[in-house]
Structure formats: C-alpha cells, structure tokens
Ligand binder design. Structure first.
Ligand SMILES: NC(=O)C1=CN([C@@H]2O[C@H](COP(=O)(O)OP(=O)(O)OC[C@H]3O[C@@H](n4cnc5c(N)ncnc54)[C@H](O)[C@@H]3O)[C@@H](O)[C@H]2O)C=CC1
Ligand SMILES: C[N+](C)(C)CC(=O)CC(=O)[O-]
Length: 495
C-alpha cells in the first residue's frame, strides 16, 4: 500500500485549500496550483484556521507540519506527487481538461482524486490515458475537520486504486466510504439536495425565514444526525418494536403530500435576494472566517463528546478520532529524555471551546482531565502504556487535591509539569501544575496519589521490577527538589 508523503492540490478554493490544510497537518508535503491572484492569502487563512482547530481537537502527537509549496504550473505541482486532488469548479469540461493535464504529467503510480460533488467518475475519466488510477474523492466542508470522503470509481477505475485510496484516506485521519455504484451526487449530496430543495421551497413560500429553518435543524434532528445518522435514529423512534414498527407507523405518511421534493424552485433574482438578505441578518456582521472559527469550535466540541461516547469507547466520528490518536501515539518518536533536574514538562494543550463554561473560562473537570493526561504521560515514560494496561495491570488514582490559582481562557496555550514527591513499590505521590505557556504562571496544581493495581483482581499489587527501575532515577532526582508550595494543603478557611 502507498504511504503518501507528497500530495498535490489542483484548485485551492474552499475545498482545495482545506484539502491542502489536511495534508499539511498530516505531515505531508503539499504542492498547490491555483491561478487565482489571491490564492496564497486565501489558503494561508484557511490553514491558520485549520491549525487553530487541530490545536483544540487533539493532544496526540501530530506529525511535523508538511511543507506547503505554491506552484506556477499544474505540471510543477503534480509531477512528483503520490496523491493529486483536483478541486476546480464544478464544470464537466473544465474538470476533464484539468484531469487530462494531470494525467499527462503525474507519475504512473500516482492516485488521482476529484472533489466533484456530483459528476460521474466515468464521465470525468473519459479522456485520460491512465484512467485506472482515477476516482472521485468527495469530501465535506471543512475538509480538514470532517472525516468523510466518498470514494467512487468509474468504469475504468481498478479495485486496487479504490483500496489504495481508502488506505491513503485513513493515513490522513479520514473515513473513506466506498460507494460501489456510480450515480450523480453519490450518497451524501443526494440526501443534502433533497433537504435543500425542500428548504428553498419553505423560504420561497414564506413558511419560515432562514434563521427559523436553521433553528429547526440545529435544535433537533441535526443533533441526532451527528451521532446516529438516520436509520439507527429511526430504529429507536420505533420504540421497543424497533424499525419494523417505525416503518409500519410512518411509512404510509410518505404517500401524504408533505413534500415538494420533485419540483425545482426557480432561484430567480427575487428569491436569491430574499435568501441573501435573511442570511445577512443571521450572520450578525460576522465574516466568513469568523463563522468558520465558530463552526470549527463547535465541531471540535462535538468530536470530543463523541470520543467519550459509548461508555468511553468512542462513537461514530469520535471513535474514528480516538483510533487515529491511538495510531499517532503508537507512531510517535520517543521524546528526548526529559530533564530530571526539574519537574517534568509533559503535556502541551490549548483551551478548546468545549472546555469553556458559563463563566467564560476553562471549566473545572478539564483541569482534572489535563492532570490525568499528565499522569498518563508520566506512566508512559515508565513503561505503563496501553500494552501494559491491556496485559492486566495499571495505576489508578485514589486521591486528588486540586487548587485553582488562575483562569485559563479559550484558545490559551498551556503546559503541565509533574514532580514525584514520594514513591514505593505500589504508590506514586505526585504534584502537578498547569501553567500558562507564555508566562509560565501556575494556573492550577494537583496533588495526587496513584496505586499500582492488578486490574483483573481489582486490588493493589506491587509494580514489577522494570517499572520500578524506570521510576527510580526520576524519584531520586526529584527527591532533591524543593517541595512545591501547596503540598499537603487541605480545604479550609483562614481564621
Ligand atoms: N464548497 C463545498 O461545499 C464543496 C465543494 N466540493 C467540490 O469541490 C470542487 C471545488 O469547489 P469549491 O472549492 O467550493 O470552489 P471554489 O470556487 O471555492 O474554488 C475553486 C478554485 O479552483 C481554482 N481554479 C479554477 N480553474 C482552475 C484551474 N484550471 N486550475 C487550477 N485551479 C483552478 C479557482 O481559482 C478557485 O480558487 C467542486 O468540484 C465542488 O463540487 C465538494 C464538497 C463540498
Ligand atoms: C453544496 N455542495 C454540493 C457542494 C456540498 C457538498 O458537496 C458537500 C458538503 O460539504 O456539504
């Protein structure tokens, strides 16, 4: 299977720019060709938003950012690439011309994907000399966050190409869903178009305005769709009798005249202006980049909620993120040995929107999460990693005392440190801090006791010699450090 190390983006608008961000943030060197005079500025802004979103999304060790190179010609962009992604405007003749040129200059084993929202891959690959390596890779906006890519082959696409494309998608954290039969608009845009058509009629007929329509979605079924889609949601809606009862009860309603789905609304000047004006009111003067940042913060929050779903196993897009993070951790190069002569600096983080509460600052359980991540980083350092845990032993936290000394705000960069206060064969007594990354100011501290356990037996057990041996030099070095202020504090009031 191909490992993608070099990518090319042909077209760097809304979608091409965000593909470039996804590639670059996955550590892939990316060349981009777009003749738009402001391409560099636009793509730079998209990349900045993507980096901001990733900093909030994950603490897993992302690879070093790939290089982003702007090219003067399509040839220069594609000739060395492993994966070329075309994202030029949705016009068949334009796309065919661009794809034929890509085909001419690309390496024989390169993957060539098109972002088309609905054109048939067989039509797009018609004039290519090597159409076997061409496929539709239809993404969703914003490509750098939403993980789905619909993979659709044309008549001349090989099964090997689709399999390689699926593996390449996984490499950049995407879920490549293979659509085995080519139809216009594939699966996602068929569904979206049905909804959109209906929505346009509702505005046209003055049933509601754009804000009311959006509220109807985002306060109700939009929340359901992000986690269970349509059919699993409706299975539950059938009550204990499930899907069959749901179909029996609501199937006949489909024959009632509830929808204008087959009629196409005339998007004449008046309707465009009506929708445009209502949309302007909704936006409350926010720019597209500002709206993108709000959207991204919300998406990150949803991802994180889904990552903790299904009793912590992860669910849907959250499970995909959890699996991707596991892979990143397993591939991470060992960090240089930390300086033992000071508390160990182990975790870097940025305050995500999902971490902020009604007081406008990081909410209290996120402090505990960061202290937990810090303890996990220390455990990995002494060999207590996922394989160790799966083999039946771990450390459990049995006591924590947190102190909140300052506020952490949305987007603020933080780091944590940990100092070993005392250890024995079963116990780890730790003192951790959360610090502002710029000033080093301590914002919170945690004093914690952890116990080594035999997880199957559910009781404390001595840690094995190899774990204790890795612990010993840290414990020895930290024994010489000053006891941090706040150790042994209990909750009480000054008298
Ligand atoms: N905007 C969306 O929500 C989605 C769009 N798509 C698909 O992605 C593709 C691109 O759409 P957008 O990014 O929205 O359009 P866009 O208009 O934002 O970007 C198109 C870019 O292509 C560039 N371009 C035009 N001719 C070119 C050429 N010959 N060579 C290189 N670059 C060229 C333009 O300068 C522009 O920057 C379309 O096929 C669209 O259907 C797919 C998923 C979602
Ligand atoms: C509007 N659109 C057809 C270009 C939308 C898509 O293709 C997918 C998306 O991101 O909604």
């Amino acid at each position: 299977m191909t490992t993608i190390t070099k990518a090319a983006c042909i077209g760097g608008g809304v979608i091409g720019g965000a593909w470039a961000a996804r590639f670059v943030l996955a550590g892939i060197d990316t060349r981009i060709y777009d003749p738009h005079p402001e391409a560099e500025r636009i793509i730079g802004e998209v990349l900045a938003n993507a980096e901001r979103a990733y900093a909030m999304l994950t603490m897993a060790p992302l690879p070093a950012r790939g290089k982003l190179i702007f090219c003067k010609s399509l040839k220069e962009a594609v000739e060395e690439a492993d994966w070329i992604q075309e994202s030029v405007p949705e016009r068949l003749e334009l796309k065919r011309g661009v794809l034929t040129e890509i085909d001419r200059h690309a390496r024989a084993d390169a993957l060539i994907g098109s972002s088309t929202s609905g054109l048939l891959p067989s039509d797009l690959q018609r004039d290519m000399v090597h159409p076997d390596r061409f496929f539709v890779a239809h993404p969703y906006n914003p490509v750098y966050l939403l993980p789905l890519v619909e993979l659709v082959g044309g008549q001349k696409t090989t099964a090997e190409t689709i399999a390689r494309a699926q593996a390449a998608a996984a490499q950049i954290g995407m879920k490549g869903v293979v659509i085995h039969k080519e139809i216009e608009a594939f699966v996602g845009d068929r569904l979206l178009e049905a909804l959109w058509r209906e929505a346009l009629w509702l505005i046209h007929d003055d049933i509601c305005d754009t804000e009311t329509l959006d509220d109807v979605i985002r306060y109700s079924f939009g929340l359901r769709w992000a986690q269970m889609g349509l059919f699993e949601t409706y299975r539950i809606a059938g009550g204990e009798a499930g899907m069959r009862h749901f179909l029996a009860q609501f199937g006949p309603c489909l024959a009632w005249p509830w929808t204008k789905l087959t009629d196409v609304v005339d998007l004449d000047e008046a309707l465009v202006e009506k929708i445009g004006a209502q949309s302007d009111v909704q936006a409350k003067g926010r720019s597209i980049r500002e709206l993108e940042r709000i959207r991204d913060e919300n998406l990150v929050g949803i991802f994180q909620a889904l990552k903790g779903g299904n009793s912590g196993e992860g669910w849907g897009a959250g499970k995909l993120l959890a699996d991707f993070e596991k892979r990143l951790w397993s591939q991470a190069k060992p960090k240089p040995a930390p300086d033992l002569a000071a508390p160990l600096r182990l975790v870097e983080a940025k305050v995500s929107a999902a971490w902020v509460d009604y007081n406008g600052h990081m909410t209290e359980h996120r402090y505990l999460q960061l202290f937990g991540d810090t303890a996990d980083a220390l455990l990995r350092l002494i060999g207590v990693d996922m394989a160790y845990v799966e083999a039946g032993h771990s450390y459990y936290t049995v006591e924590s005392h947190l102190r909140h000394l300052g506020e952490a705000r949305l987007g603020q960069s933080l780091y944590t440190t940990v100092q070993l206060l005392k250890t024995d064969e079963k116990r780890l007594h730790l003192f951790s801090t959360i610090n502002d990354a710029q000033s080093g100011t301590v914002l919170a501290t945690a004093e914690q006791m952890m116990l080594h356990v035999d997880s199957a037996a559910g009781k404390a057990a001595p840690a094995p010699a190899e774990v204790l041996a890795r612990l010993a030099p840290i414990a020895q070095a930290h024994a010489g450090l000053t006891l941090p202020q706040g150790v042994g504090r209990h909750v009480g009031q000054a008298r």
